[in-house]
Design a protein around this ligand. Sequence first.
Ligand code: ATP
Length: 296
Amino acid sequence: LIQLYLPLNFLGIVYRELRQALTDIERMFGLLNEHREIADAPDARSLPAGQAMTIDFIGVDFAYEANRQILHAVTFSVPAGSTVAVVGHSGAGKSTLARLLFRFYDVTGGSIRINGNDLRQLTQHSLRSAIGIVPQDTVLFNDSILYNIRYGRTDASDDEVIAAARAASLHDFVSRLPEGYATRVGERGLKLSGGEKQRVAIARALLKNPPILIFDEASSALDSATEKAIQAQLELAARGRTTLVIAHRLSTIMNADRILVMDGGCIVESGTHTELVAKNGKYANMWLLQQRESAI
Ligand code: ATP
């Protein structure tokens, strides 16, 4: 019986991991139950690993459904190692940019390129290996904290997991728990706060060490100390990577190399925080509003 049990048990673990990996990413993109038709081109190439990556959106049009265009001629670059943040009202198309970069859908016009390679000519495996995601709402396994962080790179040693936890400012919190890294989290274990979960996601991303990072900032209200902490962690995680931040709070992206303001699927303004404030346009308005709200 044991001979039968072991392989079945192994298959169970593989199945659980695969399902969880999909759930994590699909949750981030709100894609559960959606039909997808993306397949590798017959002559798809691998994106060479281990190098800095520049992202280019070139005249990108996109529609989820015929007759309702969501993105209109979106053009921008994220030079290798820099951080670009996207802001705009709900429904402006911010998350759609991230979904297209991960190639959950193909563009309907224009192209997206990484180091000059059109995403449609790359294998999905090599593309997705190059991208780390810190989602708004991280899905945790009903397992130990150690396991949950190691999920970023399953062959990482305990020391590497702990180093990632330290870098994500999670280590002190975990060390104070009676069972430390063995503490179970998730459904039947310790419930983590939104900020703690996001730090688990950052630790996972640091462990995976991808050249491209997508950071989807949680939209829920945070106290200003947590906000500052997340800003510091984001900057740390983004160091040396090409980073796209979907931002809900302007204060966390003030130091981004470039900020894109989206409205109705178009980029309507772009520049640094200082340039955009001086411009007195949409961004300056949003900034003023957030300043007022945080003063209340
Ligand atoms: P938020 O800040 O609320 O997350 P967002 O700027 O990220 O908003 P997107 O999620 O990119 O906005 O959505 C842009 C538009 O695309 C919205 O009008 C939305 O209704 C539409 N949309 C998003 N996902 C789908 C989908 N799967 N099918 C059809 N339309 C969609």
